[in-house]
Design a protein around this ligand. Structure first.
Ligand code: NAG
Ligand code: NAG
Ligand code: NAG
Ligand code: NAG
Ligand code: NAG
Ligand code: NAG
Ligand code: NAG
Ligand code: NAG
Ligand code: NAG
Length: 722
């Protein structure tokens, strides 16, 4: 996407208390969205103004979101004259401070546990405007409206109130949450000569503004999270990144709090297990360690949210007002938080991450005993359980579910999506796995890597004596999962058939570029995205070439040399081959290539408008680069008897190095895209050019995303330059 990070101001002293309360701000322009971030000791806020011009798909909107409570306020406007496209809105800088946003503490000086805090600014309407819809609710409820086809929750909307005042010509819109304690407020007052703000009688929620500038304040009195400043989120050794990459380190800080990391803003501004653990694994080398650091914040957030019954790690939390709303659906009047446990991949990341920090770093080792003695306090059902026991519960779940395949290597014993769900790992859109039930990444990489880590943790004394057998048993299981899973997913297509399939795909997908079939010089091999468990022994494979090889590369040092060499060969070939033969494109490495599927459904279901189709995800590039590096590094520093065979196969080794360098060339060529979550491409001037994902789909992508910041830590190793 045409993401630009500009006008970065760090530590801007706006207020007289600035020395005690340094602030950081960030402006990201992604038309028609203007994004403003402000964080200081009072609050962390993200304000987005949408001014869509004549794009009738989108409505002018002022949106303010807060990670504390995962809540926000959306105000949708229409032009008073009813002519689409005639209303432009924008934020103006303050004439006194020069700042676009100012933080507020309206209870400053009074003693209260829950001060009313938020942001203030100036909004300009370039023609008279009607505020037709305010949503003062959890971000989940706002998303239900913005991407759920205009779906509103009447129980929430009915609680919205409007009053004139507090000053002449001003108006306040507010809503008290289901907890009866918390309120969100949005107030407007004319600035300069603008018309008074007028509540239109009889028509609830409707407010009129004239042409001109209005001051607004968006506030709530929910307890605030404590943000990790750029200095605190990074390790001391990495603090120079703050000056070198001010925009990205500010974004990282905005997503990092003392008790959790959040996935992105504005749509996913809360705990997500997979996002936070993958991000920490990729960025571990630059993140702060120790008790108040980012790594422990992420791990403790995961442990707090474990399902103590079966050891599943939480995918997404629901908290605050959305927790109340969810609980009310089952007749419970409580804001006790809850979790979604339907993902089958997330649990495995936990032991891997725990090993990498609590066993493999000196500070982690020293912290281990104190950390694992801590008691959980977040989920009602986990209160009082030690972090150690929660970790052990997760490991028990992994050992239990991986035992059947370790004993008997059948497709039935592989890890399946949970019954009744259509997703379970990172490709979690409806077409992401194409109906597959047995995902490639989970079975060939995450399970064995999780088992290796469990063995290491057992040897490191992190589990109770009852599990001493895991020291060897988990390693034995891991060996089977490492060696025996890959073949289930293997797709091998003879060259002539592969050329036919790609030509067919070119017409099915109406791809305007060359089919590139001259690049097919031998069999095409790859590992399919998933197996379809429902057809048992037929094991039909979802024949989509993909980047999920990165998990095995990044997480495992596999030891079957025939298998490793073949795996690296196909991976390197597919990275080097141009789409639609391989995964490479001018817009970077595509996460899927359905050209070998052999049907129109494949072309349609993995198109460049599908979330997990022929599109590019930043963190997949990072994990692929880090994974190739891990394997190449094995050649440098292994002893003679552990050195992988491919290291001495100069043709293969050089192909892997070429793939590594090609990938980095793609990454370097498209640096401006990397902070976005996902982007797509259009074909023009004879190449596939990067375009924002929302070019094809009316879906806002998060303008900052935790796992898209990982290139702060993942860098090219020049020693492999040819
Ligand atoms: C919207 O379209 C109208 C009529 O075509 C045009 O006059 C106006 O300039 C357009 N506005 C913008 C913001 O592009
Ligand atoms: C909030 O107030 C409503 C209406 O008085 C009441 O029904 C509800 O039980 C209260 N909820 C809580 C959590 O106090
Ligand atoms: C936790 O796991 C148990 C056992 O699988 C399941 O019955 C329960 O529904 C899970 N809890 C939640 C909140 O999903
Ligand atoms: C280990 O932790 C203790 C506090 O628990 C601290 O005093 C000591 O400095 C730490 N040592 C290292 C090497 O970090
Ligand atoms: C393609 O998507 C449609 C609709 O979601 C689905 O019915 C069909 O099975 C999918 N095809 C494949 C190969 O996944
Ligand atoms: C999955 O299994 C179902 C039922 O046997 C079958 O209809 C479908 O085509 C299979 N899908 C794939 C992608 O193999
Ligand atoms: C290594 O993998 C290959 C290919 O899957 C297999 O044929 C071979 O038996 C394996 N070797 C060992 C020692 O397990
Ligand atoms: C192997 O190489 C990596 C990166 O060069 C290094 O971090 C690691 O310590 C090395 N391992 C051994 C056993 O030398
Ligand atoms: C938007 C952008 O930077 N696109 C570049 C991505 O990289 C290719 C080269 O692989 C360039 O041609 C594009 O201009």
């Amino acid at each position: 996407m045409a993401l630009r990070l500009i006008a970065v101001l760090l530590g801007t002293a706006v207020l007289s208390t600035a020395a005690d309360c340094p602030s950081s701000t960030l402006h990201v322009s992604e038309p028609p969205y203007e994004n403003y971030f402000l964080s200081d000791c009072r609050t962390s806020s993200h304000v987005i103004v949408t001014s869509p011009g004549n794009d009738s798909e989108k409505q002018p909107r002022l949106l303010v979101v807060w990670p504390s409570g995962n809540t926000g306020i959306a105000a949708y406007f229409t032009p008073e004259n009813g002519v689409d496209g005639s209303l432009g809105i924008n934020l103006e800088s303050s004439t006194t401070t020069g700042q676009v946003l100012e933080s507020l503490d309206l209870d400053s000086g009074t003693v209260t546990d829950h001060p009313r805090v938020g942001v203030a600014g100036l909004v300009h309407f370039d023609s008279p405007a009607i505020l037709t819809l305010p949503i003062l609710a959890d971000i989940r409820a706002i998303r239900d409206y913005s991407e759920g086809g205009g779906n509103l929750h009447p129980e929430i909307q009915n609680q919205v109130q409007e009053v004139a005042g507090p000053t002449e010509g001003s108006a306040t819109i507010y809503r008290t949450w289901f907890d009866n304690k918390t309120t969100s407020w949005l107030d407007f007052a004319p600035s300069g000569s603008a018309d008074a703000v007028r509540i239109i009688p009889g028509d609830k929620y409707t407010v009129r503004f004239g042409q001109g500038t209005y001051s607004f304040r968006a506030t709530n009195n929910y307890p605030q999270l404590s943000q990790l400043s750029p200095q605190k989120v990074l390790s001391p050794a990495s603090s120079s990144l703050i000056a070198q990459n001010a925009d990205q380190t500010t974004a990282l800080s905005f997503l990092s709090y003392t008790n959790k990391l959040v996935a992105g803003s504005w749509r996913f501004l809360t705990y997500f297990g997979r996002d936070s653990m993958i991000s920490v694994l990729l960025m571990q080398s630059i993140l702060s360690e120790d008790q108040d650091g980012a790594i422990e914040a992420a791990i403790s957030a995961v442990l707090e949210r474990v399902n103590k019954t079966d050891g599943t790690v939480c995918h997404e939390e629901w908290i605050a007002d959305w927790a109340s709303w969810t609980n009310l659906q089952t007749g419970i009047d409580s804001d006790a938080p809850g979790c979604d446990y339907h993902m089958i991949d997330t649990s495995y990341y936990l032991p891997i991450l725990v090993q990498k920090y609590f066993l493999d770093t000196s500070i982690g080792k020293n912290r281990s005993s104190d950390f694992f003695n801590e008691k959980a306090s977040f989920l009602q059902g986990n209160v009082g359980l030690s972090y150690q026991s929660l970790l052990e519960t997760v490991a028990e779940g992994i050992m239990r579910t991986s035992a059947p395949f370790a004993g008997s290597q059948t497709v039935e014993n592989l890890i399946h999506l949970k019954d009744g769900t259509s997703s379970g790992e990172w490709r979690d859109s409806s077409n992401g796995l194409g109906g597959g039930r047995i995902p490639y990444d989970v079975n060939t990489a995450l399970v064995p890597a999780g088992l290796r880590a469990i063995s290491a943790l057992a040897k490191g004394g992190l589990f109770s004596d009852a599990h001493n057998d895991w020291k060897t048993l988990a390693d034995e299981y891991a060996q089977v999962w490492e060696d025996k899973t890959l073949d289930f997913f293997k797709v091998n297509i003879p060259a002539a058939e592969a050329r036919d399939l790609v030509n067919e795909y070119k017409s099915q997908s109406a791809f305007p570029g060359s089919a590139q079939t001259d690049k097919i010089t031998g069999d095409v091999t790859f590992y399919g995205l998933a197996l379809n468990g429902s057809v048992g022994t037929d094991q039909p494979i979802v024949k989509v070439m993909n980047t999920d090889d990165c998990f095995r590369l990044f997480l495992l040092d596999t030891t079957n040399q025939t298998q490793l060499s073949a795996f690296l060969q196909q991976n390197a070939n597919n990275i080097l081959a141009p789409f639609p033969v391989g995964l490479s494109s001018e817009a970077s490495l595509l996460v899927s290539n359905p050209a070998y599927g052999g049907s129109q459904a494949y072309a349609d279901n993995w198109s460049n408008s599908q979330y997990h189709g022929t599109v590019i995800w930043s963190w997949q590039l990072a994990m692929m680069a880090a994974g190739l590096q891990r394997q190449l590094d094995r050649c440098k520093n292994s002893t003679a008897d552990t050195k992988p065979d491919f290291c001495d196969d100069s043709k293969l080794y050089n192909t892997v190095v070429a793939a590594y360098n090609h990938l980095w060339d793609l990454i370097d060529a498209n640096r401006s895209q990397l902070s976005g979550e996902v982007w797509s491409w259009k074909y023009a001037d004879g190449e596939m050019q990067a375009v924002p994902y929302n070019t094809y789909v009316d879906l806002e992508s998060d303008v900052i995303q935790l796992w898209s910041l990982t290139f702060l830590a993942i860098t090219r190793d020049q020693s492999y330059s040819q």
